[in-house]
Design a protein around this ligand. Structure first.
Ligand SMILES: C[S@@+](CC[C@H](N)C(=O)[O-])C[C@H]1O[C@@H](n2cnc3c(N)ncnc32)[C@H](O)[C@@H]1O
Length: 266
């Protein structure tokens, strides 16, 4: 059967009911990216959608080079925002372990590695295509580990990464997460931070089908403060209408105060 014989609404219904995008595409002998393009790229929260609908269809990462993508984002002022964020932290002049959550195209990781030569950067994403892209193109491969992982269960192989990172960045990620994944991610981020480690957190707040969890900033602060994290400050980055929150992990010993009930009020 040809893809052009298919009714796009039927395809959308099948994709949104949770059927595999790859399996449906195979029925029509089509590439999954072409299938999604044909039916208007309906959003569904899955690593498959992030592979085909986000990384390949939206960001065109199969054809673009890192430099092309970097320039596109440079023109949009993306790196100015990151420079402003990184102005908010001071790092010692010795090796520092940094974790970038949901690394996508590796741009925040790149900006961090470019600015701070002493960091070893770990980065993961739950999209295999994003991971492959970063593994292929990240400009500082000798200082990076890049792997596939979900932020609700952070580990590197057998290593649970407890108390490992002096800095964690979670930028433009929480708004993409279903509530249960988000709740666990809050706990996991706290777990992998080292005592006194710093979290830089910012949610994207532009309306978009994949932004399924945009929250008011007060709730975001409340949720991350309900684990062993102390809120330090909040700074708006005015040109982009986004807000950076800075937290510090409190030393081990403080009782675990995670209160998932406060999340259900959203
Ligand atoms: C807007 S991008 C993040 C941008 C990136 N942090 C940066 O600053 O350059 C959102 C990313 O979150 C990833 N993502 C969504 N759910 C995830 C999960 N459960 N675990 C890890 N990554 C996830 C998506 O695959 C996507 O690459």
């Amino acid at each position: 059967m040809n893809l052009t014989d298919a009714n796009p609404d039927d395809l959308i219904a099948r994709i949104q009911s949770g059927e595999s995008i790859e399996t449906i595409a195979a029925e029509y002998g089509a590439d999954p990216v072409r299938l999604l393009d044909y039916c208007g790229n309906p959003f569904v929260y899955s690593s498959e959608w992030y592979d085909y609908g986000y990384h390949l269809l939206k960001c065109k990462t199969d054809t673009a080079s890192f430099e092309e993508i970097r320039l596109q984002y440079e023109e949009k002022g993306y790196f100015k925002k990151l420079d402003f964020y990184f102005d908010q932290i001071q790092l010692p002049n010795r090796p520092v372990r940094w974790l970038e959550i949901g690394c996508h195209l590796g741009l925040s990781a790149y900006a961090a590695a470019r600015r701070f030569p002493q960091i070893q950067i770990d980065m993961f994403d739950f999209s295999q295509k994003a991971v492959e892209w970063c593994q292929r193109t990240f400009p500082f491969p000798e200082r990076a580990r890049i792997w596939r992982c979900s932020c609700d269960h952070i580990h590197f192989g057998d290593d649970p990464l407890n108390d490992q990172y002096q800095v964690v960045t979670c930028l433009d990620v929480t708004e993409h997460l279903p509530k249960e994944v988000y709740i666990n991610a809050v706990r996991e981020i706290c777990r992998v931070l080292s005592p006194y480690g710093i979290l830089l957190l910012q949610q994207g707040n532009i309306p978009s089908p994949s932004h399924i969890n945009v929250m008011n900033e007060k709730s975001l602060i409340e949720h991350f403060s309900s684990v062993n994290l102390k809120w330090l400050d909040t700074k708006p980055f005015v040109p982009k209408s986004v807000i950076l929150h800075k937290f510090q992990k409190t030393p081990a010993g403080r009782p675990f105060e995670y209160k998932p009930t406060s999340l259900r009020k959203e």
